[in-house]
Each structure stands twice: as structure tokens, then as C-alpha cells.
Design a protein around this ligand. Structure first.
Ligand code: GDD
Ligand code: MG
Length: 324
């Protein structure tokens, strides 16, 4: 089985974390974000992952290569220019089988993809959407479903006040190539705004899927996703810890420092005596001085926090320094 993963977005809401590192390979707990998606796809029988890149994937290729031994193979397709979610899939069609998974590449999830595939076959659908219940659908695609699973309406980014809790598009699809009949090549097309609304009544189905799902596009959600992984609320291969702490063996931590509840300390970090790190993620090689306090923050690689300094509710870019 093949999966096409859309990774062409810019990740602007996670800056400065994503100023130098594309969101798909930003470290989440102990591995590049996209590794979770590749593992999850592999666990549902996918053996080839095609990454649809809107711009040069050099850094992605360097980190993810052609996949892990025993997992799905990984390859890269680069659009001549970003073509939008639908245009990117249209561009990739010559590389794909008649039926394939397509996914937004910015979600952390363990939803039951196999159930989506089975329902797609049972219903003879052209496109099947995995759906997830949320309290506020305004930042998502809102889907109205008939009892038999037909999509009655697909409404991308409904206005505030438009609706209360509802089922949203989780960015997980099973698609037939025929869903793209009549879609022109080479221009920007949004699958959510053009293709799905056009398929309503014409083979578009939705399935509510159980499990964990989050779009990690903001700093708060990035932090929450980290604790959800470490505390085991989402199924991953990361070792779990009930206090939400993950310390790399390559970090050096003073016996008199306090780490957690909730903290990620990556390799090469140094934490001085009396320092406190809670609710925070420290990427590679951060230095936290004596008696410094870091709370509810994300520190990019090589950040230096001086002795006695206080960092609270911050997102710091690569190698920034904070003085006391
Ligand atoms: N290759 C490529 N080319 N990928 C793209 C492009 C493009 O031009 N534009 C966006 N993408 C990728 C992004 O990197 C991301 O992984 C995915 O497509 C979705 O784009 P976002 O920009 O993150 O969309 P969104 O989060 O506002 O909304 C989408 O996701 C929601 C769920 O998180 C929609 O699909 C909503 O309907 C959905 O509810
Ligand atoms: Mg998104």
C-alpha cells in the first residue's frame, strides 16, 4: 500500500522553532516529527511513503533518507511550485496506484487507518475521509455526515459562531485516482475548497475514527503533544513515563537540579545545580546555568540560559541567549 504525505507547508506558526528546521523534521520528544507518521503508516500495512514536498526537500532527505530498515520506504516528490493540497496530490498521481492513502503531514495521530481503508472498500467510495470530533471546528474542515456515512457538506474553515462541536476532517484520506477526474494539471488547487465539495453526492464518504489526533502546528500543541507521547496517551514507540519526563542519556544534569514534572532534555544539554526545568522542551545542546528556572517553554538547539535567569512561556530560536 502507498501513502502520499503532504509536507509542503511552511510551519509559520511554530517560528522561531521552524526558521531553520522544516516542521516535518522538528524533533518531537526524541525523533523527527514525521517519523511518528511513518511508523503509524507502517503499522497499517503501508510499505511505500511518498512525501509531497512543496519546496526543496534537502534537509528532509538528509534526516529521513529512504526510510528505516523494516519500515516503509520513503521517497520525495518536489512540485515545481507549491500547488496546494489538491494540486500536490494531482501532481503525484503518475507515481501512485489506483487507490492510496493521502495524509496531511502535520498531525500526530494513532487513528485506525485500517478501518478507514475497509470502510472505503465496503462502500465503493471514491474518497473516504477520516473524521475526528472537536469542540471548536473553526480552524478545520467541518464535515456533515448522513447516517450511511455519505458526506452531505464539506465546509473548510467555518466562520466563528458558525457551529459548535462537530466532526472535522482529520487530514487522513483513502482516495481513488478517479476522484481527480477533471482536475486540471499544473495549477494550485485546494482539495478542501475545490475537490471535496465537488465530490459531495458523488462518492465522498466519511468515517469517525477513534484514537488520538492533534495538529501540532502551534507551540502549545507541540508541548501538549510531547506530554501525550511521554505519558502514553498516544500509541508510539517512545518509552513512556507517568511524570512526563524524557531525558536523553547524552545530557549532563547536576544532581541538585529539578527536572519535571514534564520535561524533555535532549542530548548534549547541560543543566546546572539548583536549576529547575518544568513543562519545557530543551532541544540539543542547551545550557541552563546554576539556579536558572525554565517553565512552559520550548528552547531550540544551543540555547543558553544564564545562571539565575528565568524563562517562562517562551519559544526561543537556535542559539539564543537569555541573561539573568
Ligand atoms: N506538497 C504540498 N504543497 N503540501 C502542502 C501544500 C502545497 O502547496 N500546502 C499545504 N500543504 C501541506 C501542509 O504541509 C500540511 O501538512 C497539509 O498540507 C495541510 O495544510 P495546512 O496548511 O496545515 O492546513 P490546515 O491545518 O489549515 O487545514 C487542513 O488540515 C486540517 C486538519 O489539521 C485541512 O485539511 C482541514 O480540512 C483539516 O481539518
Ligand atoms: Mg495543519
Amino acid at each position: 500500500m502507498q501513502a502520499l504525505v503532504l509536507v509542503g507547508g511552511k510551519g509559520t506558526r511554530l517560528r522561531p522553532l521552524t526558521t531553520e528546521i522544516p516542521k516535518p523534521i522538528l524533533t518531537l520528544v526524541d525523533r523527527p516529527f514525521l517519523s511518528y507518521m511513518i511508523e503509524w503508516l507502517g503499522s497499517h500495512g503501508v510499505d511505500e511513503v511518498v512525501l509531497a514536498c512543496g519546496f526543496l526537500p534537502d534537509q528532509l532527505e538528509e534526516v529521513l533518507g529512504d526510510g528505516e530498515p523494516g519500515g516503509p520506504s520513503v521517497r520525495y516528490l518536489v512540485e515545481p511550485e507549491p500547488l496546494g493540497t489538491g494540486g500536490a496530490i494531482r501532481f503525484a498521481l503518475p507515481e501512485l496506484e489506483e487507490r492510496f492513502f493521502a495524509l496531511n503531514g502535520d498531525v500526530l495521530t494513532d487513528l485506525d487507518l485500517s478501518a478507514l481503508w475497509d470502510s472505503h472498500l465496503d462502500r465503493g467510495a471514491r474518497a473516504s475521509l477520516g473524521l475526528y470530533p472537536v469542540e471548536d471546528p473553526t480552524g478545520y474542515g467541518l464535515v456533515d455526515l448522513a447516517d450511511d456515512g455519505r458526506v452531505l457538506d464539506f465546509h473548510e474553515k467555518p466562520e466563528p459562531g458558525h457551529a459548535g462541536a462537530g466532526l472535522i476532517n482529520a487530514g487522513t484520506y483513502v482516495l481513488e485516482k478517479s476522484a481527480f477526474d477533471g482536475v486540471p494539471e499544473g495549477r494550485e488547487v485546494s482539495i478542501e475548497r475545490e475537490i471535496f465539495p465537488g465530490l459531495v453526492g458523488n462518492g465522498l464518504y466519511g468515517v469517525r475514527l477513534d484514537g488520538y489526533w492533534v495538529d501540532i502546528g502551534t507551540p502549545d500543541r507541540y508541548l501538549d503533544a510531547s506530554w501525550d507521547i511521554i505519558e502514553g496517551r498516544v500509541t508510539t514507540e517512545v518509552e513512556t513515563d507517568p511524570s512526563g519526563v524524557h531525558v536523553d542519556p547524552g545530557a549532563t544534569i547536576s544532581g541538585e537540579a529539578t527536572i519535571g514534572p514534564r520535561a524533555v532534555v535532549a542530548s548534549g544539554c547541560t543543566i546546572g545545580p539548583g536549576a529547575e526545568v518544568t513543562g519545557s522542551v530543551l532541544l540539543d545542546g542547551c545550557e541552563i546555568g546554576k539556579d536558572a528556572v525554565v517553565s512552559n517553554s520550548i528552547l531550540s538547539a544551543g540555547v543558553n540560559v544564564a545562571a539565575g535567569a528565568n524563562v517562562s512561556d517562551r519559544v526561543l530560536g537556535k542559539q539564543e541567549s537569555v541573561n539573568a
